[in-house]
Ligand binder design. Structure first.
Ligand code: AR6
Length: 178
């Protein structure tokens, strides 16, 4: 399963780069606490957005695991970037709750800004070491809860890096929504 519609919100999986989602209003960054550039998603987003993004986010840092903040998109094809700090697996506890907070707080910010189309990467599953299957389950369960109270949202896209990530998310999506 790679698409599901719940409460008029479409949840879809797409293979690709989070920094090139031109039909999306807000992309979510798998950020670091300092809201600076880094590897993986943070590197791609900051590279595409340009130095004005770091200038804008400097005064919002540091953020804590599970917390999310919002900025402009600058050089990205998106109006907003929602920056969320995921938990480091095996260090930031309770990891499930902190990861769920990431998705919940990001969607909350999207709703507050009347955003209808938002894209997430697979938060914490790169440098932060969260096993992807477990992370996908937390992500989908949280999204499932949050869409029941959404007014502005119409699309939640998961942008996945590579075929393995795509296949794993399709499986977990079937388990959570099927
Ligand atoms: N688009 C979509 N997904 C991607 C992309 C991309 N361009 N690049 C990597 N992924 P990560 P984290 C996948 O490490 O684990 C940074 O250095 C990747 O394969 O970006 O939350 C920050 O500065 C993985 O499945 O985020 C932080 O210090 C997932 O996105 C730290 O890493 C997340 O990988 C955050 O670590």
């Amino acid at each position: 399963m790679d698409t599901v519609t719940l409460n008029d919100v479409t949840i879809e999986l797409k293979r690709g780069d989070i920094a090139s989602q031109s039909d999306i209003e807000a992309v979510v960054n798998a950020a670091n606490a300092q809201l600076r550039t880094g590897g993986g998603v943070a590197g791609a987003i900051h590279h595409a957005a340009g130095p004005k993004l770091t200038e804008e986010t400097r005064s919002m840092a540091p953020i804590k695991p599970g917390e999310a903040v919002i900025s402009g998109g600058h050089g990205l094809p998106n109006d907003y970037v929602i920056h969320c700090l995921g938990p480091v697996y095996g260090k930031d506890e309770p990891e499930e709750e902190l990861l769920a907070n990431c998705y919940r707080n990001s969607l909350q910010l999207a709703k507050e800004h009347d955003i209808s189309r938002v894209a997430f990467p697979s938060i914490s599953t790169g440098a932060f070491g969260y096993p992807m299957e477990e992370a996908a389950e937390v992500a989908f369960r949280t999204v499932k809860e949050e869409v029941s109270t959404s007014r502005s949202l119409s699309l939640i896209r998961f942008v996945l890096w590579g075929e393995d990530a795509m296949q794993m998310h399709e499986e977990v999506m079937g388990q959570v929504f099927g």
